[in-house]
Design a protein. Structure first.
Length: 1104
């Protein structure tokens, strides 16, 4: 029956060609096509190097911006086409025709029909009337069943869209059991006349097929889910792309189709919960100027940095601040050393490759994406009310009732984001131009951000496609007002609001136009601090990226990249004479200006060669990279101005300059990096895979004796499924293993050289102020790279007719030659510290992900994805024969009280380990008891250093996420859960404001409830450690994609998203997700915490 069904399809495809022929071709002329059906089949030896036809058609669709209408089952057909394609689309179609015997006929500029020509055809089979098939219209393709016309009596129409709400052109609409069918037009619309009790089969390359019973329906709209396996066929890797089925390393790609729509501060948030082993942290999501932190497979360095290398469109070291979220096509993460080693000394913490959207051939497409957003406070500190404050005798009643925390909030905060893109082109020229405008107000009184972004992507082919010019131009300008100076991460005003006397006034009772001033240790009016000071800045980002590719031969090409990135930051600060700090320092105002610029110039050459011979598939890559970096800037500061009207616009007017004490500085730093690299990919019999790479890299950062380093890598894969009995339960199964050496150099420049620094201004004997300079660094000509030696073993699987897919990885990363500051003998050294390579760390763990297409129905679909990772990190060694230390204390707890360090790094101990006292209760006077080193109870006031012990760990061991996607008709729903388990949080709010012994400040209610039995001063002890584990519905998004019948609008989607819906946890602080889970000091609930927000956004996505 199935065989006959395909015959009917082929006959229908042939009649479609007849009707599409504008020259009225006769049946006899069409019959001549049958000679292609006898093309000799490839031998068994030749077939091993060939690829499945649907896979190649999917690549051609992406490469040339066309669509293929498939009229039969060609899954068994195989061809030798591989990237890079040479000679244009028509050349590829000719090769397919010659190698398979099937035919591909162009229907219009962007659509092609794929069919098998019949072996015989007589005039009696032809309909009596011919008609032209409109290009991508809704008219049906006339078909034939058992040599007679099928009886048709019901007309069905509708629209087929993807999960983003965009119409899908070229979708096959087929009446089941017949060859009666049609295809959707450029907007995804169709019309088809069918028989009674018909069932429609809807299919398209790259999407999961669906069957729909027509019944009494006359209008059927559907949303097609992406075929995860097909969409992930090609992934971005170092200096190129690779078929996923051929990967031998731990590489994960997240495409824009899987981005959760709505407001984000950074595109890195699109990776949150989607890539196992990748930790995304955004502790101050409501601050529009706060970035997002990322860590891959744990922290592994003391001073070498923990962030991965960011690459944007092949440009290393790119800034994501210059990329609008709507302009990103995909983000790939190279997690293991075998994948990342080709990037050398900057790849030890992983590599993140961002690919932006490009123009597509065809009609001009105009896209508009927009959303508005609002933040609400999700949780506040539970402090004493004014009445409770007075009843507990905390301080004197000042006559007012002030909610200080509430007074700092901007409840009318809103944000908006508008992105407009225009793309199009033809076989020779492709363009995409986009512009983005974004504003966002923080939930505090003053934070604000406004940014403009323009990006142009171009591609031009010339000389019969032998030469290709392509590149990017991007510019972003940002205006921002921030809550604090420095790194813009000081949120001390909210800590002040927690502890301040709630009976104090905001405004001065004697002068309501002025803010009240409070005198005392670490005491100030937080509203005055925010509103009475100005901190603002301008950031400018520019990328110019130009590339030339030359296709020397069909299997040999070379390309050159020339690029420059510029970043400029201009910051302004002004503290008027009425500001808190001016009054306290008895100065009439302070002003500061700072300008800093970063320039990165890149020259890169890459060559590719491909050779296929029999069962052997060989790809060679070689390249050269040169980058130089310049960082320069200055700042100037002055005080004591005659008038606040000067602000920062007349620094010379300050008297501090005349006194010789004005603070100013300027600097310039330079760095160069050169790399030579190569890679070999070998595929034998489409079964055994081997990848090897080598990079030789040099950097001016390192000592004269160690400026160059080698970074090798090798990995292998075995497609074991080919040796298993054929079964729908196992579609693909691949084992892989990899080894790679990567480097780390994320520390300041000039550490290997002798430098001098400014030690400040001093008053000499004659009464003049002079600047004093002296040696700052001891030189170390042997300073070299930190090395990370990576081992990875994994398995990729696709099961149950491709409905279940995923991977599992086990890894070890040993970091050697860690760079840190050690004691140096003085003399002969000038200073008592020197940077040297000493120490080892180990990260080990496992990662897994699984995707299950649970339900694939005609109207209802459900897909679920689970991601899990386990990471354990520890210090192996701190010492060698020349330098050593026993431990490093981390995170000194703040005043008042100075309870000591919170964590300790020590050989053999896990990173993030809390080091303190063991709580044993209280005595009858409320004094704290602890367990001493001998196990006996004693007063904490009698503690010794020997009584301290490791009492917990703040590094989350398990990171889990669970994403669920539902679609029903025109509606779609996404629910994303995340969880971190098996770690502790040091709750500093409880330690500092949860004990009654803290005088003169407001406290948490817990000070008189759960902690009411403790009357003594705080101690660094396990009593203040709390379970950090949580389960959170992090994101819920509901979308509606209506059917749009308009010649102007091709698709429309409206959605609403809520972030931070709810959290289930035993942690009593504000929110466990705001706690740092990265670096060397994880798990500490800092006192300076920005308010925890719940974000609401409403957006629209439209295409014209």
């Amino acid at each position: 029956m199935r065989k006959h069904f395909y015959c009917w399809l082929n006959a229908g495809a042939l009649f479609a060609l007849l009707y599409a022929s504008s020259d009225g071709a006769s049946a006899q002329q069409l019959v001549s096509l049958q000679r292609y059906a006898s093309v000799q089949e490839p031998t068994r030896e030749e077939q091993v190097k060939w690829r499945a036809l649907p896979e190649v058609l999917n690549e051609l669709k992406a490469e040339y911006g066309v669509y293929f209408v498939i009229g039969s089952d060609f899954s068994t057909k195989r061809v030798t086409l591989r990237k890079p394609y040479q000679g244009g689309l028509e050349a590829q179609i000719d090769k397919i025709n010659q190698q398979t015997g099937i035919r591909i006929r162009q229907l219009d500029q962007h659509n092609y029909l794929v069919y098998s020509p019949p072996s015989t055809l007589t005039n009696t089979m032809l309909p009596t009337k011919t008609a032209e098939v409109p290009m991508m219209s809704s008219n049906e393709i006339v078909s034939l069943q058992h040599h007679r016309l099928h009886a048709l009596d019901k007309q069905i129409s509708g629209r087929i869209i993807d999960t983003a709400g965009e119409g899908i052109p070229g979708v096959n609409i087929l009446e089941k059991g017949t060859s009666n069918g049609t295809i959707t037009d450029v907007e995804g619309r169709y019309t088809l006349t069918v028989g009674d009790n018909a069932t429609l089969i809807i299919s398209a390359v790259g999407y999961l097929a669906q069957e729909v019973a027509v019944g009494n329906q006359t209008s059927i709209d559907l949303t097609l889910e992406e075929d995860v396996k097909a969409l992930e066929e090609v992934v971005v890797v170092g200096y190129g792309t690779q078929e996923k089925r051929d990967l031998t390393s731990a590489v994960v790609t997240v495409t824009s189709k899987n981005f959760v729509p709505g407001a984000v501060n950074s595109p890195l948030q699109f990776l949150d919960g989607k890539v196992a082993g990748v930790t995304i942290s955004n502790p101050a999501a409501g601050d529009p100027n706060r970035g997002t932190d990322i860590q891959v497979r744990g922290a592994a360095s003391i001073e070498g940095g923990t962030g991965p290398l960011i690459i944007i469109d092949g440009l290393p070291g790119g800034s994501l601040s210059n990329v609008a979220q709507q302009d990103i096509e995909s983000i790939s993460v190279l997690k293991d050393g075998s994948a990342a080693a080709i990037y050398g000394s900057r790849a030890a913490n992983g590599v993140v490759i961002v690919t932006t959207k490009k123009g597509a051939s065809g009609r001009v497409n105009v896209g508009y994406n927009s959303y508005i957003e609002h933040d609400g406070v999700a949780r506040r500190p539970d402090v004493l009310s004014p009445e409770e404050f007075l009843a507990r005798g905390r301080d004197v009643d000042q006559g007012y009732r002030t909610d200080w925390y509430d007074a700092l909030l901007n409840k009318n905060n809103f944000g908006q984001n508008h992105n407009l893109s225009i793309s199009g082109g033809n076989d020779k020229t492709l363009l995409r131009l986009s512009g983005t405008y974004r504003t966002k107000s923080g939930i505090d009184l003053i934070s604000d951000r406004e940014e403009y972004n323009v990006r142009l992507n171009f591609n031009q082919k010339a000389f019969d496609d032998v030469v290709e010019f392509y590149g990017n131009l991007a510019n972003t300008q940002v205006q921002q007002t921030y809550i604090s100076g420095g790194d813009h991460r000081d949120y001390g005003a909210f800590q002040q609001a927690l502890k301040l006397n709630p009976t104090l006034p905001i405004m001065d009772p004697n002068n309501p136009t002025r803010y009240a001033f409070f005198q005392g240790y670490d005491t100030y009016n937080p509203v005055h601090r925010l509103m009475g000071e100005e901190k603002s800045g301008e950031n400018k980002y520019l990328i110019a990226d130009f590339n030339v590719r030359v296709n020397l031969l069909k299997n040999l090409n070379t390309e050159v990249k020339i690029a420059q990135q510029n970043r400029n930051e201009y910051n302004r600060e002004f503290y008027p004479s009425t500001a808190q700090e001016s009054i306290q320092s008895n100065r009439r105002g302070r002003a500061r200006l700072q300008n800093e610029e970063w320039i990165d110039r890149t020259f890169q050459w890459v060559g590719n060669y491909m050779l296929i011979k029999g069962a052997h598939d060989l790809k060679l890559l070689g390249g050269y990279l040169y980058q130089d970096f310049v960082n320069r800037g200055f700042y100037a500061e002055n005080m004591d101005f005659a008038s606040d009207a000067f602000t920062y616009n007349n620094l010379d007017a300050g008297l501090f300059l005349r006194e010789g004490q004005a603070n100013m500085d300027s600097w310039k730093e330079k760095e160069k990096l050169i790399g030579f690299f190569g890679r070999v990919n070998y595929d034998f019999n489409d079964t055994y895979l081997l990848t090897a790479s080598l990079r030789r890299e040099g950097s001016t950062k390192f000592g004269d004796n160690n400026k160059w380093g080698w970074f090798p890598a090798i990995s292998a894969g075995w497609r074991i499924a080919k040796y298993l009995p054929e079964s729908p339960a196992i579609n693909d199964l691949k084992l892989r293993a990899g080894y790679g050496v990567t480097g780390r150099q994320g520390f300041p420049r000039y550490r290997s050289q002798a430098t001098y620094t400014n030690f400040g201004a001093y008053l000499n004997e004659s009464g003049s102020w002079i600047r004093v300079y002296g040696p700052n660094e001891n030189p170390n000509p042997n300073l070299r790279w930190e090395k990370a030696i990576n081992y990875n073993v994994g398995v990729d699987f696709t099961l149950f007719n491709s409905r279940v897919s995923g991977s599992l990885d086990v890894f070890i990363r040993d970091s050697k030659d860690m760079i840190s500051n050690y004691d140096a003998p003085k003399p002969p050294m000038v200073n008592d510290q020197i940077y040297v390579n000493v120490g080892k760390m180990r990260n080990q763990g496992l990662e897994g992900n699984i995707t299950w297409n649970v339900i694939q129905g005609s109207r209802f679909n459900y897909t679920t994805t689970g991601v899990v990772s386990y990471v354990k990190s520890k210090v192996v060694s701190f010492s060698n024969e020349d330098f050593g230390r026993g431990y490093i204390d981390r995170y000194s707890l703040p005043s008042p009280g100075n309870p000591g360090p919170a964590q300790r790094l020590e050989e053999g101990v896990e990173i993030g380990s809390f080091y303190g006292l063991r709580y044993a209760g209280v005595d009858d006077q409320g004094r704290i008891l602890i367990y001493g080193a001998d196990g006996e109870k004693k007063l904490s006031t009698l503690k010794t250093e020997e009584d301290r012990a490791y009492i917990g760990n703040g590094n989350p061991k398990w990171d889990i996420s669970w994403n669920n996607r539902f679609s029903y008709g025109a509606f779609d729903l996404s629910l994303y859960f995340r969880s971190r388990l098996n770690y502790d949080i040091l709750n500093l709010y409880q330690m500092y404001y949860g004990l009654q012994s803290q005088p003169g400040v407001n406290l948490l209610r817990d000070a008189y409830d759960r902690n009411g039995h403790i009357l003594a001063e705080k101690e660094m002890m396990d009593y203040f450690l709390e379970p950090g584990g949580y389960l959170r519905l992090d994101n819920a998004s509901l979308g509606w994609t209506p059917t749009i019948k308009s010649k102007y609008v091709s698709s429309l989607r409206v959605y609403g998203t809520v972030r931070n819906v709810f959290t289930i946890t035993k942690f009593t602080g504000l929110d466990p997700t705001t706690i740092n889970a990265q670096g060397l000091e994880p798990g500490i609930a800092d006192l300076n915490v920005y308010p925890v927000v719940r974000n609401f956004s409403l957006g629209v996505q439209a295409n014209f």
